[in-house]
Design a protein. Structure first.
Length: 101
């Protein structure tokens, strides 16, 4: 009876460790809602500037490359860093648009 109890506890502990590892991995690899929302905002801002001919093709390309980098950072689980990158893109596009007017 004692061996069965020890075996059950060992299997339960192993299951808990595996579940904890799986949950941590899933969380780090997910694209959070905050990143997704900010990504959409920045993408719409880029499209708006392009349609108004307020930015050059090179500036648009640079913004999109930085946006892709922000996506990768967010997927790594560094959400605050990714949001800072998105904010930098938006600031740069807003400043350029203000100067173009």
């Amino acid at each position: 009876m004692y061996k069965i109890l020890v075996r059950h506890r060992a299997l339960s502990a192993l299951a808990a460790v595996c579940l904890g590892t799986w949950t941590t991995t899933a969380t780090a690899g997910s694209f959070t809602r905050g990143c997704a929302a900010r990504d959409m905002q920045v993408l719409m801002l880029i499209e708006e500037r392009e349609s108004a001919s307020a930015i050059s093709a090179q500036e648009s390309t640079d913004a999109i490359i930085t946006m892709l980098h922000a996506r990768m950072v967010c997927h790594e689980g560094r959400v605050l860093d990714a949001l800072a990158l998105y904010d930098g893109i938006a600031q740069g596009l807003t400043v350029q648009f203000g100067q173009a007017q």
